[in-house]
Design a binder for this molecule. Structure first.
Ligand code: MTE
Ligand code: MOS
Length: 771
């Protein structure tokens, strides 16, 4: 299983997460664990009770109860009342109008959270309720969007649909998902001399938080420092939406002159922060007798909520993944970024990709059922041409050549290792013998594009210091959210110097060490920061090599060896720390920064053509489920996964990402149901009503393996990104449930996501999609 790993002393080894002992002993410091400065205050935000209303008046006079130090509304903001990441539309505090139930209206800083909460609710806010748009259909009718509609197309889909021998159409509803990171949104801000502000923020994007704190306070960026040692999970939910929390804390800190902590409890976190986007999909597809797609017309209605946030890029990625692994000779994909009076939806692991991919996988199953063919055969018939094979079926609907397609090989290997064929026969037998319980199975592929689709964001910086004792301190622009980024980057740097892992210490991500960073997102953390850190370490190593070569005169600098904690220049060797100390005495700089930008990528937005991705990551999963046809209850019995991480930098961490991603994806598509009432109030805002997967939802038989291959592109150690792609392996569970429903006697089942037991029961009764 580890054969595919990079072959270096530290990189490529399955080693624990750098903070694992701290995690399991409860000594890892999260933002809430930081010892608070004396006099630290606590913040609470008053939320709008209406999805859409005019704010007629706000009277805060009753809020000043004992223990309250400040109350702030929009008019108290010294700078701009805006925390939007790209466009505008995300005020810190509502001004004149509220656009979702849960929007922040004002904030209180007090000596305890209880006092702050009580005080906030003493404010008298008068609203005039207005009609709300609560779904994408209404938004489309009223033409209310958060961005312009966008189309990607290739060939002539309309003509090819007409001439196709077979044609089917349908719709699919896909629900959103709450991030449910274990650590909720939190920030701790402290005011300093000269108007400086320091903020510990649980954010995937410290540079953006820095920039936005500066904007709301009307001060330059250089007065603001943002720091994050680790998050207890982000999953995209802290890519843009940690900013509001941090800005509220910073505003109140500035106003009171005290440290302010702002921590959302679980209910407030679920009500106030955006989720994965719900989608409504409409498809019309033409194909031949083998199930080969000839043309596809797909419409994606995206529920963006009340502001653009990152929705346009997310909707783009859903369009980029409307093909998944399949060649579409003629296609048109149309996307509407619908405005609704709901919390602004945001990044979530996969960033729109999962919704686009689920849709085409659903379509492929329809095609197979329509033609009475095996779904895996129809999948194979449509795969992009394999790597190095004929290339006439290897270009996407957005004009990118698929140069690295290994999905056919992954499918073959997984089919064998999971005994897929014989298990299908076993399922048929089981179902024939059992009138109530019905089994189903699905094998689904994943192809996920790696890079930020906004080319500019694909850059990273790092800062490496070697101290006189030979220990190394490392900093880079990426953030640690549990995914193991810091472990991987430390491994890479250890190997550059030929020293053991524990000689490298990574410190909190800090905007004063590495500036102008991108969010840790798009699964690119290691690709970008690993390369930047490697470059920084190489700069120092180059200086040391030159110095060592001068000492002996035996060999040129490039032949100086760094291995096993030793440096060797021809006839002479030093301990790494000895050479470092000697270099210091000879006034050689032992600190360097590094920079990296991803090559080859470009995107022409007007033409909707280009190469938005450096490469693709692949994978496949087989899941087998059993459904109780009387109740709709089900179990996932077994999942087999074969996933492509290129050459693994750390197989233990990669397998953890794959297993965790799969379970999170399966949770999205099965038990996690967001439910708003007719007034647009989210009613599922706690684990009592919103069910995330737990240990018991992990399939009892769960087999994960890494595909033995390497990235054809020049990534760090030929590895591939692993953060998001495995989430989409969870699609196999959804389609296995749909397969079980079909095998129970519903020929073309309609099943919307999430496939809760209720949804499965509706599908069994023949009206699954009608919700
Ligand atoms: N894994 C853990 N444990 N916690 C997280 O919050 N976020 C995911 C993924 N894996 C996440 C995670 C998301 S959404 C992304 S984009 C990547 O990690 C980001 O990290 P990377 O680029 O270093 O893979
Ligand atoms: Mo991940 S959704 O790109 O933070």
């Amino acid at each position: 299983m580890q054969d595919n790993a990079a072959k270096t002393p530290v990189t490529g080894k399955a080693r624990p997460h750098e903070s694992a002992p701290l995690h399991v002993t409860g000594t890892a410091v999260y933002t809430d664990d930081i010892v608070a400065p004396a006099g630290c205050l606590h913040a609470y935000v008053l939320k709008s009770p209406h999805a859409h209303a005019k704010v007629l008046s706000i009277d805060i006079s009753a809020c000043y109860i004992p223990g309250v130090h400040a109350v702030m509304t929009a008019k108290d903001i010294p700078g701009v009342n805006e925390v939007a990441p790209v466009f505008t539309g995300d005020p810190v505090f509502a001004e004149g109008e509220v656009l979702y139930a849960g929007q922040s209206v004002l904030a209180v800083a007090a000596e305890s959270i209880d006092i702050a909460r009580r005080a906030a609710h003493l404010a008298k806010v008068e609203y005039e309720s207005l009609p709300a748009i609560l779904d994408v259909h209404e938004a489309l009718k009223q033409q209310k969007f958060v961005g312009d509609p966008y189309v990607m197309k290739t060939g002539d889909a309309a003509a090819a649909l007409k001439s196709a021998p077979h044609r089917i159409s349908g719709t699919l509803d896909i629900g959103g998902q709450d991030h449910f990171y274990l650590e909720g949104q939190i920030a701790l801000a402290t005011p300093h001399e000269n108007g400086e502000v320091h903020c510990w923020s649980s954010t995937q994007h410290p540079s953006e938080v820095q920039h936005l704190i500066a904007k709301v306070l009307a001060i330059p960026d250089h007065l603001v420092t943002v720091e994050v040692r680790r998050m207890g999970g982000g999953f995209g939910g802290k890519e843009s939406q940690a900013s509001l929390i941090a800005c509220v804390a910073a505003l109140l800190a500035r106003k009171t002159g005290r440290a302010v902590k702002f921590r959302l409890d679980r209910d407030d976190d679920m009500i106030m922060t955006g989720k994965r986007h719900g989608f409504h999909i409409k498809y019309d597809v033409g194909f031949d007798a083998q199930g080969r797609i000839q043309a596809m017309d797909m419409l994606q209605l995206v529920d963006c909520g009340m502001s653009p946030d990152l929705s346009n890029a997310i909707a783009d990625r859903a369009m980029f993944h409307a093909d998944n692994c399949y060649y579409l000779p003629h296609a048109v994909v149309t996307s509407y970024r619908c405005f609704t009076h709901k919390v602004s939806n945001t990044a979530f692991r996969g960033f729109g990709g999962p919704q686009g991919m689920l849709a085409i996988e659903y379509v492929i199953d329809d095609i197979a059922r329509h033609l009475a063919l095996a779904p895996d055969a129809v999948r194979r018939a449509n795969f992009y041409d394999a790597m190095h094979a004929r290339k006439d079926r290897a270009v996407t609907h957005y004009g990118m050549d698929v140069e690295d397609c290994i999905i056919a090989d992954i499918f073959d290997r997984l089919e064998k290792s999971s005994a897929y064929k014989s298990r299908v026969a076993g399922i048929e037998k089981f179902n024939a013998e059992n009138p109530v319980l019905k089994r189903g199975i699905a094998m689904t592929p994943v192809k996920f594009g790696i890079s930020f689709t906004l080319t500019m964001l694909n850059q990273a910086g790092a800062l490496v210091h070697v101290y006189k004792d030979g220990s190394v301190q490392l900093n880079h622009g990426g953030t640690e959210m549990g995914q193991g980024l810091h472990t991987k980057v430390s491994q890479i740097v250890a190997d550059v110097f030929g020293i053991p892992f524990d000689r490298v210490r990574i410190t909190a991500t800090n905007t004063s060490k590495v500036p102008n960073t991108s969010a840790t997102a798009a699964s690119s953390g290691t690709d970008l920061n690993g390369k930047a850190a490697e470059a920084a370490a190489h700069t120092i190593r180059g200086r040391l090599a030159e110095f060592a070569a001068q000492q002996t005169g035996d060999v040129p600098p490039q032949d100086v060896k760094f291995a096993d904690g030793m440096v060797t220049a021809g006839s002479k060797s030093w301990l790494f720390r000895e050479l470092v100390n000697l270099a210091y005495m000879n006034r050689i700089s032992l600190s360097a920064n590094g920079f990296y930008k991803t090559p080859k990528i470009f995107w022409d937005r007007a033409a909707a053509k280009g190469r938005p991705f450096f490469y693709f990551a692949y994978g496949a999963a087989v899941s087998e489920v059993v459904v109780d046809t009387l109740t709709g209850e089900y179990k996932n019995l077994r999942t087999d996964i074969l996933h492509d991480v290129g050459r693994s930098i750390n197989p233990a961490i990669d397998i953890g990402q794959i297993e965790g991603g799969f379970v999170q994806g399966a949770g999205w598509l099965t038990s996690e149901e967001l439910w708003w009432d007719a007034k647009g109030i989210l009613k599922t805002h706690a684990p009592s009503t919103y069910k995330i997967p737990t240990g018991r939802d992990i399939p009892p038989d769960f087999r994960t393996a890494l595909y033995d291959g390497e990235n054809i592109e020049d990534t760090v150690y030929k590895s591939k990104a692993v953060g998001e792609p495995p989430l989409m392996l969870g699609i196999s569970v959804f389609l296995a449930l749909r397969d079980a429903v079909a095998r129970a006697g519903v020929p073309m089942p309609k099943l919307s996501a999430p496939a809760t037991p209720e949804a499965v029961l509706r599908a069994l009764n023949g009206h699954g999609g009608d919700i």
